[in-house]
Design a protein around this ligand. Structure first.
Ligand SMILES: Cc1cc2nc3c(=O)[nH]c(=O)nc-3n(C[C@H](O)[C@H](O)[C@H](O)COP(=O)(O)OP(=O)(O)OC[C@H]3O[C@@H](n4cnc5c(N)ncnc54)[C@H](O)[C@@H]3O)c2cc1C
Length: 618
């Protein structure tokens, strides 16, 4: 057999990095018609959300403290699929669900175990990247029209010669109130996580010789037992629990790793020294576990390590400079940009440079704000490489805004926006910056594909439902039937934007759209309510799992029938049983002429009434 085979492949869109941002970018680009390659250097997709690192996906809803803010689109589709098939939050099952969405996506080729090593750029345009797939001893040269850097580190950008930023800007640069007076190159650190289980009998822990020793005094600012809560109480919330409220919720748990076992923030080069930092982190993880098991009584006699991560999660490295740099002021002002394509709401979450070794400091500083902000398209396109887009944590922000955009929910919706824009640019035969001229079309496409852009509503002229007269069997107060065509698919402030019927126990609920005249219909899109205020993501932390609903979200419509009529004669009927997704797209086998639609809901997953946010007709 011949070692080191070499192949050249061409794709319209090449995405490097298979974390949630890269996955969503690749899926969106493929669904919008582009030929796509997703290059991932690991044996699985998901990045920090996969079983390699096991971070739970958080986002603008800040662990349920900002109502109705949860991300939708491809991310929600993945999470609902997982909720349906993985009730006990098994991470390898979640890995498989993420993998299958990419693997079986038409138009998308996934290259696992494939590391991008070099890039060739000519006249400010990336021509190709060279990658090595270690599982098959194969070298690939990928040529592409548009490249998306979703590596987290901005590696493709660096290889292509794009401008990067590391660390904090000084306060004066963007006039950010909480930026340091003087710029610095400190980053947030890396972490290794762990999981522990109660074995039902005492389990001994033998400390490896190389592990550090930590005293109660060393860990006094790091909540791991009840006794240290009083010190942190009223202080800064933890990374996981930071929300709109600054009250520290209960988060001392023995069953999963501590985000504050963190190192690397003050190293000269957090990427180049990554191996050294990992070894130090291993000494810290086993040292903290020794502290919990052997130093004083933490109620952990029966607890035993069931998993310890060995690939450190990176929080921060480089950011690539785009056509706009999002700042703390944009975040605080909940700014709605003209070219908004995504949004965030997580607090600006900064950490101490020394990580766990900064014994005398709270490990994080969280700057909370009300509401959510939009992220402009310009943050996702390189300012100096014409065909380079960014998705994930390497997008164009200041360090202050970075503290908020870096969470995976925000990375994922940004990824979907970038992938959608890339496919549209391919269709128009233009480079990503020229998409500015097609911003309305991009925003409308994102809304149609179940993304949320604060301040924007459906005004798609192709949506025939918008002209309909709406009637229904019954409507709860403030939840009228007309809401299904008002263009907004979630509750915002005091506007419910939903149709809610009377209790289904009184009989099936129906909603009817009457079009001004008969039209040719080929597709029906229904948007239901999975309760965007309550988390459903997989988590290694019992407290986070236990506060989630059992089974599918109660509010989701489960069984329904859609009927199209023309002159009161049925021309198409579809009955759906067991639905568990928010966006249901029903493609008709062939177009029909119809002047009305009747949706009849017979069951939800447990909520007493039907709830529908939107109906679209194409
Ligand atoms: C300890 C820790 C706790 C955190 N807590 C949370 C939390 O609770 N919730 C939350 O939402 N976020 C959390 N974050 C932040 C979040 O995980 C990251 O900001 C987020 O994962 C970034 O997404 P991404 O897609 O940009 O990168 P990643 O998730 O890192 O994905 C990038 C992928 O690209 C691959 N890649 C890199 N270079 C190459 C290359 N050259 N060739 C091919 N592939 C490449 C990487 O292996 C990786 O799989 C935490 C981070 C850490 C480290």
């Amino acid at each position: 057999m011949k070692p080191i085979r070499e192949f050249e492949k061409h794709y319209q869109v090449v995405v490097v990095g298979g974390g949630l941002s890269g996955m969503c970018a690749a899926i969106a680009a493929a669904r919008n018609g582009a030929s796509v390659a997703l290059i991932q250097n690991r044996s699985m997709v998901g990045g920090n959300a996969s079983s390699e690192i096991r971070m739970h996906v958080v986002g603008a809803n800040c662990h349920n403290s900002k109502p109705n803010m949860m991300e939708t689109g491809i991310l929600l589709e993945l999470l609902l699929e997982n909720k349906h098939r993985n009730p006990y939050h098994t991470f390898s099952v979640w890995d498989t669900i993420m993998w299958e969405k990419v693997r079986w996506q038409e138009g998308l080729d996934l290259y696992l175990n494939t590391c991008m090593e070099t890039a060739e750029t000519k006249d400010g345009i990336i021509q190709s990247i060279c990658c090595f797939q270690n599982s098959t001893e194969t070298r690939f040269i990928f040529t592409g029209d548009i490249f998306i850097d979703a590596t987290g580190h901005g590696t493709l950008g660096v290889l292509a010669g794009a401008t990067t930023r590391v660390g904090s800007e000084g306060r004066a640069e963007f006039n950010e109130p909480n930026a340091p007076e003087v710029p610095n190159t400190d980053t947030l650190g890396n972490s290794l996580m762990f999981q522990a289980v109660d074995r039902g009998e005492p389990v001994e822990f033998i400390r490896p010789e190389w592990a550090y020793r930590f005293s109660e005094e060393d860990l006094k600012y790091r909540s791991h037992v009840e006794s240290v809560r009083s010190i942190s109480d009223g202080g800064e919330p933890t990374e996981y629990e930071a929300g709109a409220s600054s009250k520290l919720p209960e988060f001392y748990n023995l069953d999963s790793g501590y985000w504050w076992i963190e190192l690397g923030g003050q190293y000269d080069d957090i990427i180049a020294q990554g191996e050294e930092i990992r070894d130090e982190l291993a000494r810290c993880v086993y040292g903290v576990w020794d502290h919990i098991k052997n130093v004083s009584d933490h109620g952990a006699q029966n607890y035993d390590l069931s998993w310890v991560g060995f690939i450190p999660g990176f929080r921060e490295s480089r950011r690539l400079e785009g056509q706009y740099i999002l700042t703390e002021n944009d975040v605080r002002a909940n700014r709605v940009f003209k070219d908004a394509v995504a949004y965030g709401g997580w607090p600006m979450d900064d950490h101490v440079r020394g990580g766990i070794m900064d014994f005398d400091k709270n490990p994080s500083r969280c700057f909370n704000f009300e509401g959510c902000y939009s992220i402009p398209y310009r943050c996702y396109i390189s300012k100096d490489i014409g065909n380079l887009m960014m998705a994930g944590r390497d997008i164009s922000t200041s360090k202050m805004a970075y503290g908020s955009i870096r969470v995976m929910g925000t990375c994922a919706v940004g990824g979907q926006a970038v992938g959608t824009a890339a496919a549209m640019a391919i269709r128009y035969g233009i480079q990503p910056p020229e998409m500015a001229e097609h911003m309305d079309e991009l925003q409308q496409t994102l809304l149609k594909q179940d993304c949320y852009i604060p301040g924007y509503a459906n005004h798609d002229p192709a949506d025939l439902a918008r002209t309909a007269k709406v009637s229904c069997s019954s409507a709860a107060e403030g939840c009228s039937a007309e809401n299904v065509i008002n263009g907004i698919t979630r509750t915002v402030g005091s506007e419910s934007n939903v149709w809610e019927s009377a209790p289904l126990a009184d009989g099936p609920a129906w909603l009817r759209l009457d079009l001004p005249k008969a039209q040719t219909i080929s597709e029906i899109r229904l948007t239901f309510d999975p309760n965007l205020s309550r988390e459903i993501m997989p988590s290694i932390t019992a407290m986070v799992r236990n506060r989630q609903c059992k089974g599918m979200p109660d509010e989701l419509v489960r069984d329904y029938t859609v009927e199209l009529r023309n002159n009161n004669e049925t021309v198409y009927t579809q009955h759906v049983e067991g639905n568990y997704q928010r966006l249901n797209t029903l493609k008709l086998p062939e177009p029909v002429l119809a002047d009305s639609l009747i949706l009849t809901v017979t069951a939800t997953h447990d909520y007493p009434a039907a709830r529908v946010f939107e109906i679209r007709l194409y």
